[in-house]
Design a protein around this ligand. Structure first.
Ligand code: PRP
Length: 177
């Protein structure tokens, strides 16, 4: 029999809730009132963060769009190959764009994506990530909003997976064999 993976809570649902609330308030303050903000959620890991973050906005002109980018296979490490699996179907030219990610690890995905979106001439382009793992950075990424800096451990939950499992966990947990 294989060994059963163990889960240890790293960030509790309560801690996430408090931090996402503060991030939402700060982000909304940073954008001029009356100007729409496009939150671009990178599938799939960021879907829960996006859902919680967007509900912190008071303005109604906060728009939600999705992009699919894949840089990992079924394992725990990045393949280094970035692929757009689903592109935007709107133009972001002249708009305020905020990329919403669950985690920045090597930075390969985000540095690629930031380049791609910048070419579409948005009015502003910033990045919000719930988790940042700076120890593993291979490519620099300019992140404006970070929820939590975490150590170099493999985490799952609150949208993050291991081989597509564990996204449903309310806490962010370290997965170890
Ligand atoms: C994760 C995460 C980022 C990327 C970060 O996505 O959502 O997109 O990896 O890693 P990097 O900084 O090393 O590039 P993943 O490929 O696991 O896909 P998923 O969100 O669909 O689970």
């Amino acid at each position: 029999m294989g060994r059963v993976p163990a889960l240890r809570t790293l960030i509790s649902a309560e801690q996430i809730d408090a931090r996402v609330r503060a991030m939402g308030e700060q982000i909304e303050r940073d954008y001029p009132e009356g100007e729409p903000v496009y939150l671009i959620s990178i599938l799939k890991g960021s879907f829960i963060f996006l859902a919680d973050l967007v509900r912190r906005f008071q303005r109604h002109s906060v728009r939600v769009e999705f992009m699919g980018i894949s840089s990992y296979g079924a394992g725990k490490t990045s393949s280094g190959q970035v692929k757009v699996t689903r592109d935007l179907d709107i133009s972001i030219e002249g708009q305020h764009v905020l990329i919403v990610e669950d985690i920045v690890d090597s930075g390969v995905t985000l540095s690629y994506l930031a380049r791609v979106l910048a070419q579409r001439r948005p009015r502003s382009l910033e990045i919000a990530t719930l988790l940042d793992k700076p120890d593993r950075r291979m490519q620099p990424v300019d992140i404006k909003y970070v929820g939590f800096e975490i150590p170099d451990e493999f985490v799952v939950g609150y949208g993050l997976d291991f081989a597509e499992d564990y996204r449903n966990l309310k806490d962010i947990c370290v997965l170890s064999e």
